[in-house]
Design a protein around this ligand. Structure first.
Ligand code: NAD
Length: 441
């Protein structure tokens, strides 16, 4: 393949300041914001973030120095030019919220106290019936859900002006809401807007934020497993307003391990009889998930992963009867430091059984924070590249990736990475790598 002489990068330059808005400013959001501030002060490194540390192969393997940083191939927003904002049902500023979350070392937080204390949440759109174990005082009032959506839009405009932002993105970092099935009110934009006016119970607060953002053309990502923007009405609205969206549920911890390991076992045609996953978790997220209706939302998100990777219909001898169980146990002493156990019963040649045990002593918010960063920066990149609707190339970060109607989601992390890398190459006007023909060289 001939080397390109001139590059015609798809994305407009990342000029000015990017505002990153988060509904829900708890453990994940504060760990993310404090982390970016720490990186900007050279106090720490953005480990886990591809937008900051990831390299990508460009061109043939025979070329030396062909693995530049992704941020040198496409124009990614400069970390020093971002502003943070958001909403929460508690009034705590971001220093107080980070101390309460108890994820980061207090010595580090004290070095960031001044900028963190300045970030104060706006009043939330919240209704306890969607998150049964939570209640707080810092909540908006409105006669209809449409009024609340308009109030969020007014907040967004005010934030943009006050912080002198050129562009905005929104990432849902709020609690997991109760399980809601897609229904008639979610099918079309008109039905959804009527539902907002009529206070439909099937429209949860996360959907109100999503609607407000997408209506204004602001890219939106959903870090929790609740439906949020994963309904036809909001997907259509995203196309209409030329807004990139991504969801749902940050892929961290046990599911990250699953999507790393399962494709490998399947690639070697090893049989899986069962996969039992359980974990203990003691943060506020764990407390919210202790309610059966909220856990159900998470369970659905976690269970879909293996079914799609293993494809039992195509491989009945290997995976037809596999048993998959996922438990989450709220156990306060562990705080954010989750421990996840997996027992995997596999079988090899002539059906001889074997077992794999995983004991992952992870840190939930430490794994989630770089995902918030990459989703925010890559969605902004997508917007500047005139890409809209579901951004499947960001499935890499998500436990239950949204896929266009009629298509199944891809869960295999290596296929997801391949798609992400080729999208970066496409935006950067570089040749795609298919591992066939000349680019195999
Ligand atoms: N940490 C991880 O590894 C991980 C992985 C996947 C998904 N998630 C999801 O990310 C979300 C955040 O996790 P966390 O650990 O930060 O939880 P957290 O409980 O510390 O923070 C959530 C915050 O959202 C606020 N909130 C709830 N409903 C709100 C609303 N309607 N508007 C505004 N604020 C609202 C809560 O008051 C709380 O401060 C959860 O839904 C969790 O399930 C986390």
């Amino acid at each position: 393949m001939a080397k390109k002489s001139t590059k015609n990068v798809l994305a407009a330059p990342a000029k000015g300041k990017l505002g990153i808005l988060m509904p829900g400013m708890g453990a994940v959001a504060t760990t993310f914001m404090a982390g970016v501030l720490a990186v900007n002060k050279n106090l720490a490194q953005p480990i886990g973030s591809l937008s900051q540390m990831g390299r990508i192969r460009i061109g043939k393997r025979t070329n030396k120095n062909n693995q530049p940083l992704m941020k040198d191939v496409v124009p990614i927003q400069d970390l020093k030019k971002v502003a943070f904002g958001g909403w929460d049902i508690f009034r705590d500023n971001m220093y107080e919220a980070a101390v309460h979350a108890d994820v980061l070392d207090i010595n580090l937080l004290n070095k960031l106290k001044a900028p963190l204390s300045k970030i104060k949440p706006m009043k939330a759109v919240f209704d306890k019936q969607y998150v049964k174990k939570l209640d707080g005082p810092h909540v908006k009032k409105g006669k209809t859900k449409m009024d609340l959506a308009k109030a969020v839009m007014a907040d967004i405009k005010k934030f943009k002006k006050e912080n002198k932002c050129d562009r905005l993105v929104m990432v849902w970092c709020g609690s997991t809401e109760i399980y809601i099935e897609e229904s008639a009110v979610h099918k079309t934009i008109a039905a959804f807007e009527k539902g907002l006016e009529k206070n439909s119970k099937l429209i949860a607060p996360s959907m109100i934020y999503a609607y407000a953002a997408i209506k204004m053309g602001i890219p939106y990502a959903n870090g929790a497993p609740n439906l949020s923007c994963d309904v036809p009405a909001l997907v259509d609205l995203a196309k209409e307003t030329q807004t990139p969206i991504a969801g749902k549920d940050f892929k961290t911890g046990q599911t990250l391990m699953k999507t790393i390991l399962a494709p490998g076992l399947k690639a070697r045609a090893l049989k899986i009889d069962g996969w039992f996953s359980t974990n203990i978790l003691g943060n506020r997220d764990g407390e919210v998930l202790d309610d059966p209706d909220n856990f159900k939302t998470k369970e659905v998100s976690k269970l879909g992963v293996l079914e799609q990777i293993l494809e039992p219909k195509l491989y009945p001898e290997l995976y037809k009867d596999f048993y998959h169980k996922v438990r989450i146990n709220y156990y306060p002493p562990r705080g954010d430091n989750k421990e996840g156990w997996d027992n995997i019963d596999i079988a090899g040649w002539l059906n001889y059984p074997m077992q794999i045990k995983i004991d992952f002593l992870c840190r939930d918010s430490i794994l989630a924070a770089p995902i918030v960063l990459d989703l925010a920066l890559f969605l902004d990149l997508a917007k500047r590249s005139n890409m809209s609707g579901i951004q499947e190339w960001l499935s890499f970060y998500l436990k239950s990736p949204q896929a266009p109607a009629g298509r199944y989601p891809i869960h295999d992390i290596f296929k997801q990475l391949h798609k992400l890398e080729n999208t970066i190459r496409h935006i950067g006007d570089e040749d795609l790598i298919t591992h066939l023909g000349l680019d195999y060289e």
